[in-house]
Design a protein around this ligand. Sequence first.
Ligand code: E4P
Length: 218
Amino acid sequence: MRFFLDTADLDEIATGLEWGMVDGITTNPSIIAKQGKPYLPTVREIAELVPGPVSGEVLATDYEGMLDQGRRLADLADNVVVKVPLGPAGLRVVRTLRGEGTLCNVTLCFSAPQALLAAKAGAAYISPFVGRIDDIGGVGMQLIEEILTIYRQYDFATEVLVASVRHPEHLLQAALMGAEVATIPFGVLEKLYKHPLTDLGLERFLADWNSTGRSFED
Ligand code: E4P
């Protein structure tokens, strides 16, 4: 299972890379806006830092505009994946870019039929937003299960990129279901390491050894 970091914060990216847990990055316009930096240069900077796929999203909403921005994003670096919103124009862009050898991540997916359309269009990734479904009283992970069932049934090459992850339980469920990728906010990545028994266990091990008054060497 690959972990992407859902951030444009360069410090978070550097730390995630240092920990060896980051296989790629996803950004969106909100995430980049938070950095207060220019759009395309930010995607380029991240792509240069990360040896894996970096999703950069188009800002236009019409076919021509999205296609032009998608090509400019793809020209930034070989590892840039063009993120395109679901809809007829977006999926048409996916089909065109795919013909040019550019990988696309279809974003803002909230239903299994939408994911089916994205796979038919030739998306490299589909991003179902599990947290936002939970936010309105649905069960986000149920959508992941449905999409995985459909994709496996028809052997689609599109990978399921679990997005809008809010807590470690989303990650656990995604891993149990066999989702190929999850994109994780840095705070959730940090939480994955934690367990109170790990902290308590370490505290006891060290206290027991320190009570002997001996050092590491003797
Ligand atoms: C990533 O591709 C998505 O844009 C992101 O996970 C959305 O997360 P949010 O629902 O927490 O904004």
